[in-house]
Ligand binder design. Structure first.
Ligand SMILES: Cc1cc2nc3c(=O)[nH]c(=O)nc-3n(C[C@H](O)[C@H](O)[C@H](O)COP(=O)(O)O)c2cc1C
Length: 338
């Protein structure tokens, strides 16, 4: 049986979440991931890339695209970053009106563009402000409010046992923890011990608020190991899903049965790439779709082998028809030369 995960009033079908990955987990990709399910389901919840509150309130083209969603993209988390509670509240109201099922506050992003505005992981150094932001958001919107954190600014100053319960005190509905510190960025191994500390602290103070573990999951066994070792209620997968959007279907099967499902065939995987391209065309238009699929093919490539020259060939493709024909030929194993 699959473990159940509920975030506030939102009951999820599996304990599996797609992580926000700025520049990657857009509507076109989220719909691909959501479409791949098996008898035990697939991804249950996906998240927009982090959204700048000022930009979405101005409703410029880029922020409208970044926050774009549709009925098939439900339930959806919209993630906001920043440090000004008033503006974050205004943006959260906007997000709720524009389809957000859950509002998440980014407290983990180590990237300069975000931390220069004292948002993202900078909030881990200002826990009182982090708590105030969540408290005010909870009072502003009716949908659940969650936070995505890291273990702390660095190894000497973990916030694993202090900040999560304090966020729970003011009504935070779930905590997602990426098991690294800000200083580590993406280096070193994810600390399952650090995630366990968050799980235990929440179990002690707020046993009904779920903790979602995150970091370095690239196969179903990694997900099970994180859940078993840390006791987290669900897992969030990011980079592992960029090259294998079917990882959620495989993981749901593995968690439910203890066995890996029959893997997607090579043709089915090529079908996934084609679907991604069609979604990009629908939502972004020809030029951007071709550019994006050229970038993304290197992620998919290891899972489509044997296919000599795939990455190089796709870089030279200039039209929609050509891309479709090239992938179709790969599907039929009649590899064509560009
Ligand atoms: C290129 C890139 C962009 C990211 N963008 C976001 C973001 O917008 N919001 C966020 O909370 N985390 C972001 N993350 C962090 C991921 O959500 C996730 O916590 C991290 O990659 C670890 O999980 P993974 O090993 O499953 O990828 C980003 C990570 C990468 C590599």
């Amino acid at each position: 049986m699959l473990p159940m995960l509920k975030i506030g009033c939102v009951q999820l079908s599996t304990p599996l979440l797609l992580a926000p990955i700025a520049g990657y987990c857009d509507l076109a990709f989220r719909l691909v991931v959501r479409s791949i399910t098996g008898p035990h389901g697939g991804v249950a919840l996906a998240c927009t890339d982090l959204l700048c509150p000022q930009a979405i309130l101005r409703e410029n083209d880029k922020s409208l695209w970044l926050s774009a969603t549709c009925p098939e993209d439900q339930p959806i988390v919209m993630q906001l970053y920043g440090r000004d509670p008033a503006i974050l509240c205004e943006a959260a109201r906007w997000a709720q009106e524009h389809g957000a099922t859950i509002i998440d506050v980014n407290m983990g992003c180590p990237v300069d563009k975000v931390t220069k505005k004292n948002g993202g992981s900078k909030l881990l150094c200002e826990p009182q402000l982090a708590v105030t932001i969540v408290e005010q958001l909870v009072k502003t919107v009716t949908v659940p409010v969650t936070a995505k954190i890291r273990l702390g600014p660095n190894e000497q100053s973990y916030i694993t046992q202090t900040l999560p319960p304090a966020l729970g005190d003011v009504g935070c509905s779930a905590i997602t923890v990426h098991g690294r510190t800000t200083e580590q960025k993406f280096q070193g191994n994810v600390s399952l011990r650090g995630i366990t500390q968050v799980v235990r602290a929440m179990a002690k103070h707020h046993p009904t608020i779920p903790v979602i573990g995150n970091g370095d999951i690239t196969c179903p066994q990694d997900a099970k190991q994180m859940m078993d070792q840390t006791g987290c209620a669900g897992v969030m997968i990011g980079r592992g899903a960029l090259s294998q959007p079917w990882i959620f279907r495989d993981t749901a099967h593995y968690l439910a049965t203890g066995e890996l499902p029959i893997p997607l065939s090579r043709n089915e995987r090529i079908g996934v790439v084609l679907q991604h391209f069609e979604n990009l065309l629908q939502y972004r238009g020809e030029r951007i779709a071709l550019n994006m699929i050229r970038q993304r093919i290197s992620r998919y490539s290891p899972h489509l082998q044997p296919w000599p020259g795939l990455r190089k060939d796709v870089r030279h493709i200039q039209s929609i028809t050509h891309f479709r024909e090239y992938m179709q030929a790969g599907m039929d194993e009649k590899l064509i030369k560009i």
